[in-house]
Design a binder for this molecule. Sequence first.
Ligand SMILES: [Zn+2]
Length: 247
Amino acid sequence: MNDEQLLRYNRQIMLPQIDVAGQQKLSDAHVVIIGMGGLGSPAALYLTAAGVGTLTLVDFDKVELTNLQRQIVHHYADIAKPKVESAKCNLLAINPEIDINTIDSKPDQPTLSKLAHKADVMIDASDNYETRFAVNCACVEQHTPLVSAAAIRFEGQISVFDKRLDSSPCYQCLYPTSGDEEETCSENGILAPVVGIIGSLQALESIKLICGIGEPLVGRLLIFDALAMNWRSVLLKRDPACPVCGK
Ligand SMILES: [Zn+2]
């Protein structure tokens, strides 16, 4: 690590749990983020600033005016640009030292498997069940830790599924039936800082997984109620009959 890097990451390196060795792990790490919206924005911003060496951003949307209220990686001048391009440009403005790959299309299952294979951590910041189930399958198959979250209205939730551990549930264990009633922010609304909080937690859990510190959010679903300003933690068990990870 050169002098500028030691300065840039000084406030992290001074944490004994991180130190130079942990910062080097971050620098060597590759995180794939599915979705550059409300959750993906803060997740990508914090991982970039914290010095994760390689990010792959996946999204096939273009930036719209209605996104800017909460998708804080995109700026007004980015309207009509592909989200991954807008995000890449704004992230590199914070930290030009990291490598950013972009995928501006909807990934099929083989592509997701390849991404999971290359990733140290996958972040699911998508907004629909179809993508969440597909990303989960790829992560289970490749034994890649998955930091999964969702947020709507005044509520958010996050969990970590880590199939490197036998006891860990997968996303499908949690939702055995493929989400019949889909709810989206465009139909139900979302208060901006709620996705900021939950997306930031996705970055935090990813950093913990990469550095191997603390207690990852495996086997627990953390639920945030912004109006009551209340956090609940629900224990999650692996489903032995799960069609994806049960055997
Ligand atoms: Zn499962």
